[in-house]
Design a protein around this ligand. Sequence first.
Ligand code: NAD
Length: 252
Amino acid sequence: MTERKVALVTAAAGAGIGAAIARQLAEDDLEVVITDAHERRCGELASELSEKYGRKFLSKLLDVTDFEAVEIVVHEIVKEYGQIDVLINNAGWNKIEPVAEMSRETWLQCLDVDLNGTFNCMRHVLPKMIEQGSGIVVNISSIAAWETSTEHGAAYSAAKAGILALTRVAAAENGKHGIRVNAVSPGLIYNDFLRRIYPDEFFEGYAENRSLVGRVGKPQDVADMVSYLISDKAGYITGEVFPVSGGVSPHA
Ligand SMILES: NC(=O)c1ccc[n+]([C@@H]2O[C@H](COP(=O)([O-])OP(=O)(O)OC[C@H]3O[C@@H](n4cnc5c(N)ncnc54)[C@H](O)[C@@H]3O)[C@@H](O)[C@H]2O)c1
């Protein structure tokens, strides 16, 4: 057993939210297991954190759509640390096609990464948290879960809405085990890779005309919310969703 809380972060080696969360949890003095479908970047972030904090950070190749692979990684984490205290389901995928033109592959891939991936990780981590009598799960959804919009695509919106339902039911089932489950729904959290998904018009004037705070979001904005939700300060909060959208789409 380790004195630090042990966190598993999925899709933690990209240019966006996952890596910011991994860095923040390391700063918050947690053991952070950096997982991603991209092995090299995964190892690079673990090395960066090890150098910065002078302690070991594990990195593991993990495609969240692979149910058996998730089971193995969770098993390895428990073997290494004896516990798993925090799960951050960050992995997401999107390709925007109108419903009337959407390929079956797009629909299935989006549901598989965003919704099934979140289930796969919870399915394997929750039994260990139940055994421990404690645990914290944060699922990264999106404002697409409730917006009436053509911007995000139906597969992504449906998957992200599914995450909110999964969050609520898992919170209801597991509160008695000392486990809190919440979701964070970001609005636009800018990274260059989003240019491959969204048309240029999506970004034009966003900060000036849509955001209420005059800027687009940064990965750290979401990492700060996650940092709060996994802390003892959030002990009375479970089954909830927290938008981080600069007021573009509050869930009020
Ligand atoms: N960026 C935004 O504006 C925004 C807005 C709302 C919600 N979100 C959600 O936030 C999360 C993070 O998004 P981001 O844009 O910051 O990207 P990110 O950089 O956090 O994630 C990209 C990473 O995901 C990894 N990945 C992709 N498929 C994977 C899989 N099957 N298994 C494991 N890893 C996988 C990639 O290798 C890459 O490293 C996603 O769930 C996304 O839907 C993002």
